[in-house]
Design a binder for this molecule. Structure first.
Ligand code: NOJ
Length: 532
């Protein structure tokens, strides 16, 4: 049986930036409801909404102060119920971000935990006495500033651990009460009809029980991400990360048809272990397309390595970007962004699309006085800030791009090309990236070979990446030109007659001449193998 999350496309919504309906310059749940028609037209199958819970917003919602409610800025619990119902009416599933690793330091659990050494929640977080010299218990670093990951609490006269900001204390999942309470948070949402979760830093929640020091990173140099000064050997991907995965999976399996996507930023050999024996994370998020040099040979090697490593029964997934990574169109350019979209939507595995990538939205340079992201604030000037990829969705050519009222200042500036690149205009243009993406999604949806078929690489000259997708008698070929020069793909003899399905360069002017396919620079083509 094939599950919906294997066939489907997941669309990530950063709720602050999608659609504002109450005029505060910040997106909200009603905004998402209002745009469900667009998402349905686009053809996606599920939305993943980044955190919308009550939060002091030290890390823009990844510092949660109540796991079972909605921040008033985004709406109410009733709005979330309405959103789930409205999405389901359009056959769109809804996933939320589940953040198990840390709460806000304003969460009542932490306030209680820090109140004394013997309160009922004293062990809900990772508290330790100082090292003999009075300093932090070990050398672990906070991911955002590369300083100690331990903060001294005057009241308890102890340190608490925070893998990210000091405002994000790490929960102690070795405490059974924490475990039970957090697993019940999952049930709370699943009972409301939620279709699953994207689990934040799932591979960082369990830490070495002995809290051993991390070794220095010999490759680190001044000017690099300060959070990489040490090799994170003991504070992430520890052996019992897998047991942790199984706890979450067991709860998910109490319900039919739900899915877990895990944020696991690891190289492929370590990543695929998080499938377990099909009893851990359904989709350990594969961010490696983002981290690999954008060359045909390198991407092909990556795909082949992944296909070879996946354990029996494990389902692949692919990501081009998210709210933590610079926009794909900025990284590889607008022209290659279309090639990347074709790759994302035709590889074997569940694609996860970041909002706006279907338009080719790019990073926006943020003036110093408008910077929001703590990563940029604490590690300035290193290009680590994430505001550039979190700017408002570009809906139309009115001031503020239809994201918020024209007289309201959006929480982050709108890209200055919004009048030329927005949903309303792009939908009306046959040659836009949006039109291309929507057509490609339609083609993928109609062709089992493209959404559940087998994958096989095909030979191709340098700079081209070609592969076959096959399901029963149905076969498709994808040829991608990663270069900015024209190229010819010699069609292998074993492949039958080909018909053009779709090209990145709409409207299509392609014809196949004999046994070869000519490609424009930066062009990708999906072809159907004619059935005999
Ligand atoms: C990973 C999230 O994707 C990121 O946005 C956040 O800052 C960290 N986890 C901390 O929660």
């Amino acid at each position: 049986m094939t599950h919906w999350w294997q066939k489907g496309i997941v669309y990530q919504i950063y709720p602050r930036s999608f659609q504002d309906t109450n005029g505060d310059g910040i997106g909200d749940l009603h905004g998402i409801i209002q745009r469900l028609g667009y998402l349905h037209w686009l053809g996606i199958d599920a939305i993943w909404i980044s955190p919308m819970y009550p939060s002091p917003m030290a890390d823009f919602g990844y510092d949660i102060s109540d796991y079972t409610d909605v921040h008033p800025m985004f709406g109410t619990l009733a709005d979330m119920d309405e959103l789930i119902t409205a999405a389901h009416q359009r056959n769109i599933k809804v996933l939320l971000d589940f953040v198990p690793g840390h709460t806000s330091n304003q969460h009542p659990w932490f306030l209680e935990s820090r109140s004394s050494r013997d309160n009922p929640k004293h062990d809900w977080y990772i508290w330790r006495d100082p090292a003999p010299d009075g300093g932090p218990p070990n050398n672990w670093l906070s991911r955002f500033d590369g300083k100690s990951g331990w903060t001294w609490d005057k009241n308890r006269e102890q340190y608490y651990l925070h893998s990210f900001l000091a405002e994000q204390p790490d929960l102690n999942w070795r405490n059974p009460q924490v475990r039970e309470t957090m697993l019940n948070v999952m049930r709370f949402w699943l009972d409301r009809g939620l279709d699953g979760f994207r689990v934040d830093v799932v591979y960082r929640v369990m830490k070495d029980p002995q809290l051993r020091d991390n070794p220095p990173n010999p490759d680190w140099r001044e000017g690099m991400d300060p959070g990489h000064r040490l090799i994170e050997k003991y504070n992430k991907n520890t052996p019992d990360a897998h047991e942790f995965n199984r706890w979450l999976r067991a709860v998910t399996d109490e319900y039919d048809g739900r899915v877990l996507i895990g944020e696991i930023n690891l190289p492929l050999p370590a990543l695929v272990k998080h499938h377990g024996q099909n009893d851990e994370i359904h989709l350990p998020q594969n961010i490696n397309l983002h981290d690999t040099t954008w060359e045909a040979e390198k991407i092909r090697a990556l795909v082949e390595q992944y296909e070879a490593l996946l354990p029996e029964g494990a389902w692949p997934n692919w990501v081009l970007g998210n709210h933590d990574q610079h926009r794909v169109a900025t990284r590889i350019g607008q022209d290659q962004a279309r090639v990347a979209m074709m790759l994302l939507l035709t590889l074997r595995g569940t694609p996860i699309n970041y909002y706006g990538d279907e338009l080719g939205m790019h990073d926006v340079a943020i003036p110093p006085e408008k910077i929001q992201d703590p990563w940029e604030i604490y590690s300035p000037g290193l290009g680590l800030g994430r505001d550039p990829e979190r700017t408002p969705m570009q809906w139309d050519d009115t001031p503020n791009a239809g994201f918020c009222p024209p007289d309201v200042e959006p929480w982050l500036p709108v890209a200055d090309d919004y009048a030329q690149n927005n949903v309303a205009l792009a939908r009306s243009r046959p040659d836009s990236m949006l039109t291309f993406t929507q057509k490609l999604i339609g083609l993928r949806r109609a062709a089992p070979a493209l959404h559940i078929g087998e994958y096989r690489s095909l030979s191709a000259p340098l700079g081209l990446f070609a592969y076959l997708r096959a399901y029963g008698a149905e076969r498709y070929v994808v040829v991608l030109n990663f270069t900015n020069r024209e190229q010819v793909w010699p069609i292998p003899d074993e492949i039958g007659r080909l018909e053009i399905g779709l090209t990145t360069h709409l409207p299509n002017d392609k014809e196949i001449e004999g046994q070869q396919l000519s490609l424009h620079q930066n062009e990708g083509v999906v072809l159907k193998v004619a059935e005999a």
